[in-house]
Write a protein that binds this ligand. Structure first.
Ligand code: GDP
Ligand code: IMO
Ligand code: MG
Length: 428
């Protein structure tokens, strides 16, 4: 059987999953996206060149990797085409190394209009979505109304389905949100061109991945998007995304079985960030928060919005480690803490609860442990011994609190800026 590894974010997204997946990808034959959509923004930095991926898996910069978008992903045809073209313009061959599931639900312009109309109507209570139609597209899937990729090949049938979907959503847009309806003509035209474009890489990825899974010489990496605290079921509801973001979603999002997963790597920043609204117990609305944001360059990779910053929350992290069965931890952005005099870690709240509901989280008051900062440059350090003693003490403390091995520490955006603590063996 193949060896299968999942990489997931353990916080509110943007933990550095793209960098980790890209740096690991040379050990894998396949990199597979299994949930989310182009709300994701995964940044890869290779030889000082930055690439931000939204839909394409982060194995795309590795020549020998086949990249798969499985059916758990909601797909915006226009954004997929743009992303492929933009990479190919930069000399990266994408088309011959990409497969897309024919069962992906499509994100249509009416979903985007609805996402935005809803956010506008919520005013101060808005979720702060990426405005890319992710929620409404997943809702259509669950409502058994959504348009799947394989349905677009027969134009008359496809147009009739689009009319049905648009009739429904335009009713809400006009009568509930008092906004303009969306014209179905544009998407019908776009899909006509897209059908021809996508045909060569359309795939029954369930069968394909199962076939690969039979081979003992194959290694597959499943790349999560968003983060565990944004999970629709166990995240800080309702301030979450609309998919399951946990490692378990690999099974529903690809069709492989739970016992096909061998390893789960969790990615966490050495502090915490969040884009959009919702509770954030360790948030720093002070000079330290500003320092983290500027040193960490904390602006959303998808929307450019400033990310809220705060201390590392070990309570939330321990919960995420359990929810995902994490076997190895990848700690990122240690270098961002370099100029912080006293580093704090949240080790408890004023109350104990495991609820995910946002209204409970609002009442959490963090209890902190304080550690002396290292005040030395760690960027691009590549061995544990070279880390300043106070940075090593910070790592030791985390391992003790998290009870999972920290396998690797990232010390800069570039692919190779990392300290391998527990090198991967030949079989993992
Ligand atoms: P993702 O969504 O989890 O892939 O993360 P993003 O790409 O949205 O955000 C992570 C940001 O941090 C990107 O700008 C990365 O280039 C950057 N990054 C990743 N690892 C490190 C690190 O160890 N140090 C620093 N300074 N930046 C990092
Ligand atoms: P990556 O994969 C950070 C957030 C949005 C908003 C909420 C719902 O780059 O880590 P949505 O558009 O999904 O309905 O928005 O989820 N969000 C992310 N935050 N990183 C992401 O992806 C995110 N994808 C969605 O900001 O709060
Ligand atoms: Mg991101």
């Amino acid at each position: 059987m193949a060896h299968n590894t999942v990489v997931v974010g353990l916080q509110w997204g943007d933990e550095g999953k793209g960098k980790i997946v890209d740096s690991l990808a040379d050990r894998f034959d396949f990199v597979v996206r299994f949930q989310g959509g182009h709300n994701a923004g995964h940044t890869l930095t290779v030889n000082s060149h930055k690439t931000v991926l939204h839909l394409l898996p982060s194995g795309i910069l590795r020549d020998d990797v086949t990249n798969v978008i499985a059916h758990g992903v909601v797909l915006s045809p226009k954004d997929l085409v743009n992303e492929i073209f933009s990479l190919e313009q930069n000399g990266i061959e994408v088309f011959s190394r990409l497969l897309v599931s024919m069962d992906c639900p499509l994100i249509l312009p009416c979903h985007i209009a609805l996402d935005q109309a809803r956010e506008n109507s919520l005013g101060k209570k808005k979720i702060g979505t990426t405005g890319r139609g992710i929620g409404p597209a997943y809702e259509d899937k669950v409502a058994r109304r959504g348009l799947k990729l394989h349905e677009i090949v027969e134009p008359d049938y496809c147009n009739a389905r689009i009319d049905e979907i648009y009739d429904y959503h335009n009713f809400w847009l006009e009568n509930y949100y008092n906004t303009k309806p969306v014209d179905a003509y544009i998407i019908k035209e776009q899909l006509r061109e897209f059908t021809e474009f996508i045909q060569p890489i359309l795939s029954d990825t369930v069968t394909y991945l199962h076939d690969q899974n039979q081979r003992s010489d194959v290694r597959m990496l499943f790349e999560g998007a968003q983060g565990s605290l944004l999970d629709i079921d166990v995240g800080t509801y309702p301030f979450v995304t609309s998919s399951n973001t946990l490692a378990g979603a690999v099974t529903t999002g690809t069709g492989l079985g739970p016992l096909d997963i061998n390893e789960v790597y969790g990615v966490a920043k050495a502090y915490t960030t969040r884009v959009g609204s919702g509770p954030f117990p360790t948030e720093l609305n002070d000079e330290t928060g500003t320092k983290l944001a500027s040193r960490g360059n904390e602006f959303g990779s998808t929307t450019g919005r400033p990310r809220r910053c705060g201390w590392l929350d070990v309570v939330a992290l321990r919960r995420a480690i359990k929810l995902n069965s994490v076997t190895r931890l990848y700690l990122t952005k240690l270098d961002v803490l370099d100029q912080i005099k006293t580093v704090k870690i949240c080790v408890g709240y004023n109350e104990t609860t495991s609820t995910a509901s946002a209204d409970r989280w609002e009442h959490f008051e963090p209890e902190y442990e304080e550690l002396a900062g290292w005040m030395l440059d760690t960027s691009n350090i590549d061995t544990l011994e070279k880390l300043p003693p106070n940075a090593q003490a910070f790592i030791d403390k985390l391992e003790q609190l998290l009870e999972v091995p920290i396998a690797s520490i990232s010390t800069g955006p570039s692919r190779d800026a990392r300290i391998e603590i527990e090198p991967l063996s030949a079989t993992t």
